[in-house]
Design a protein around this ligand. Structure first.
Ligand SMILES: NC(=O)c1ccc[n+]([C@@H]2O[C@H](COP(=O)([O-])OP(=O)(O)OC[C@H]3O[C@@H](n4cnc5c(N)ncnc54)[C@H](O)[C@@H]3O)[C@@H](O)[C@H]2O)c1
Ligand SMILES: Nc1nc(=O)c(N)c(NC[C@H](O)[C@H](O)[C@H](O)COP(=O)(O)O)[nH]1
Length: 226
């Protein structure tokens, strides 16, 4: 599976402010680029922290892109994926509307009534991992369901854990023209952090977009040597 992580940060590397509410960093050109990546993907993934903070739709909005997907014989919308170890996704979350298939990846530790509530709300609940969703197991379950190209939009906890597992192929970051600050504000890669075996990136492109900069990298070396 090809895994493309895309996110937007402030000039100081934050995904959002310390209150973790949704922060508009991208401008219209970057949001259009995000829409195009979604349209090229079989599924779009976020962590449950992002669902709770942003309540995103994760759908393709450009009608031509939707029509192209249909013409190619595929589903009009990519599937949506929530990494949600304890099944905390609210049953009225926008990702559970009927716009697309939604997989909620949970751990065995997720309470059964929550799993049932999510299934009743229309989610396809997949168990991957014991206490926390195991990234490689989760991605294998998605691959079994036809996901070859996965876009990951964040947040910082999920992005770190995918790097830690050596599963990221491509990273694109839009760096917007603002400073957010705050030691507790989420950054592009949070989690425990690396002290050695840092994932190595190879720069593929730098481009001005809106008032910011788009950086494109291929992931060369990963902690597990993948
Ligand atoms: N600027 C951007 O591009 C962008 C993109 C996405 C999110 N955000 C922001 O990021 C913040 C949310 O990020 P976050 O880091 O708090 O949460 P997150 O979205 O990374 O979700 C983390 C949660 O996912 C669950 N999870 C399940 N399996 C996991 C695994 N293997 N590894 C890690 N998490 C796993 C856990 O419950 C964990 O608490 C919000 O403030 C949101 O607005 C910004
Ligand atoms: N590229 C990007 N630039 C931003 O400035 C920003 N805040 C996000 N955030 C990603 C997060 O997942 C958002 O919640 C979705 O971008 C919202 O997506 P919808 O339009 O609801 O589908 N992503």
């Amino acid at each position: 599976m090809y895994v493309h992580v895309n996110a937007a940060t402030s000039a100081d590397g934050k995904l959002a402010s310390r209150d973790r509410s949704q922060l508009r960093i991208s401008g219209p050109e970057d949001f259009d680029r995000v829409d195009a990546i979604r349209a090229d993907s079989d599924a779009v993934a976020v962590g449950v922290g992002t669902v709770l903070a942003d309540d995103p739709s994760l759908t393709v909005t450009d009608e031509e892109r939707v029509a192209d997907r249909r013409a190619d014989g595929g589903s009009p919308q990519p599937a949506r994926v929530v990494f949600d170890s304890r099944a905390r996704t609210p049953t009225d979350a926008v990702v559970l509307d009927d716009a697309a298939t939604t997989y909620v990846l949970v751990a065995e530790a997720a309470p059964e009534p929550r799993r049932e509530a999510l299934a009743a709300a229309g989610a396809a609940v997949l168990v991957a991992g014991t206490e926390r969703v195991a990234p490689a197991t989760g991605l294998a379950a998605l691959a079994d369901r036809g996901v070859d190209r996965l876009m990951v939009e964040g947040g910082g906890e999920l992005i770190f854990s995918l790097f830690e597992a050596g599963l990221v192929d491509e990273l694109t970051v839009y760096v917007g023209a603002m400073v957010v600050g705050g030691r507790g504000a989420p950054t592009l890669a949070d989690g425990e952090g690396f002290v050695e075996a840092f994932p190595e990136l190879s720069l593929d492109g730098v481009e001005r977009l809106d008032d910011g900069v788009l950086l494109r990298w291929t992931v060369e070396g990963q902690p597990d040597g993948a």
